[in-house]
Design a protein around this ligand. Structure first.
Ligand code: SF4
Length: 328
């Protein structure tokens, strides 16, 4: 049996110039790579196709991954492309969009929609060899989250908080990317960070923002020693001001430059333009840089949602103000 694992052609153009390479290198289609290991164990040959390329040969099974619900179109395009090329091959779609909107996803012509994780594949080391010259390993040190922020869907997608005590056996590349929803909420985080240090990891990354309230001096120090790069902190509510300011201070004391610390700010949500602007000014005073995050409800098939408390001009103005601030 031959299995083609397909990552659709995501629309990276909507983001910053270097974002595509950054994302492709650090945030590998980990679910597909784990499935690659699973199908190999079952005796199949597997290949990974990134961006709707040609397959090496006619697959018996195609597994297509999906991400954000508003990135549904590339998934549909992939299904159409491969169903036209290989009408006899079975096409299964899984991943985030497929799990959140299975009924919508079913309409794209695929044979099956897989909802949720594939438990049998979860504990396997991903088939990194499917990516040429792969220097990153991708790790979930936990699933779920200890919090239930009103704008976030994690507690519905991964309702159970499951932290790992150790990730030692998963550090198989010089660089590590964490895909945890809330890395620091892991009660064993100090052990995890110590394992990275002992493994002499070249660089570590965390895609989600760090939960400011959970940053201690010891954790900031361990993160620095574990070569965490691109530190980003979440500042989504006004009551996180003190924790955020303190976290930046701890990171600076640990060895990070303030200007290199990013702070996520959610806008187009319940806090008004004026309130979010206050947050922007605070970040400027702290000497860190702002990373704006426009709220899009889940599920949503577009990125154009406007919150009733916001006007489109305010969203635009906030985006302009952030861009200007980054030039300072
Ligand atoms: S802390 Fe982060 S992952 Fe957890 S619920 Fe809030 S936004 Fe979601």
């Amino acid at each position: 049996m031959h299995v083609s694992l397909v990552e659709p052609n995501w629309n990276y153009k909507v983001r910053a110039k270097n974002w595509e390479n950054y994302m492709k290198e650090r945030y590998l289609p980990i679910g597909l790579l784990k499935l690659g290991s699973l199908y190999r164990k079952m005796g199949a040959t597997v290949e990974l196709v990134r961006g709707d390329g040609l397959t090496l040969k006619k697959p018996d099974l195609m597994l297509i991954i999906s991400l954000f619900t508003y990135w549904w179109q590339p998934v549909w395009d992939s299904v159409r492309t491969y169903k036209t090329l290989y009408p006899d091959s079975k096409v299964v779609v899984g991943g985030v969009y497929a799990s959140i909107m299975p009924e919508h996803c079913k309409k794209n012509g695929c044979d099956e929609v897989h909802v949720g994780l594939m438990e049998e594949a979860e504990s396997l080391i991903p088939a990194y060899d499917l990516i040429q010259d792969c220097k990153f390993c991708v790790i979930h040190a936990s699933r779920g989250c200890i919090r239930k922020c009103s704008f976030c869907h994690v507690h519905k997608l991964e309702p159970k908080f499951e932290p790992k005590w150790s990730i030692k056996s998963e550090i198989v590349k010089p660089n590590v990317s964490f895909l945890d929803n809330n890395l620091l909420s892991n009660p064993y985080i100090e052990n995890i960070l110590t394992e990275l240090i002992e493994a002499k990891v070249k660089a570590s990354y965390c895609l989600s923002g760090v939960d400011a309230a959970l940053v201690t001096q010891e954790i900031a120090k361990l993160m620095f020693e574990a070569n965490f790069r691109d530190i980003r902190i979440s500042f989504d509510r006004a009551d996180e001001e003190e924790a955020c300011e303190r976290a930046i201070r701890y990171f600076e004391e640990a060895g990070y430059q303030r200007k290199k610390i990013g702070v996520f700010v959610l806008y187009n949500f319940e806090d008004s333009f004026e309130e979010v602007e206050k947050r922007r000014a605070l970040i400027k005073n702290w000497g860190a840089h702002i990373i704006k995050q426009r709220y899009i409800p889940i599920p949503s098939l577009t990125q154009t949602y406007l919150h009733p408390k916001w006007k489109e001009e305010e969203c635009e103005q906030f985006a302009i103000n952030c861009r200007e601030q980054l030039k300072d």
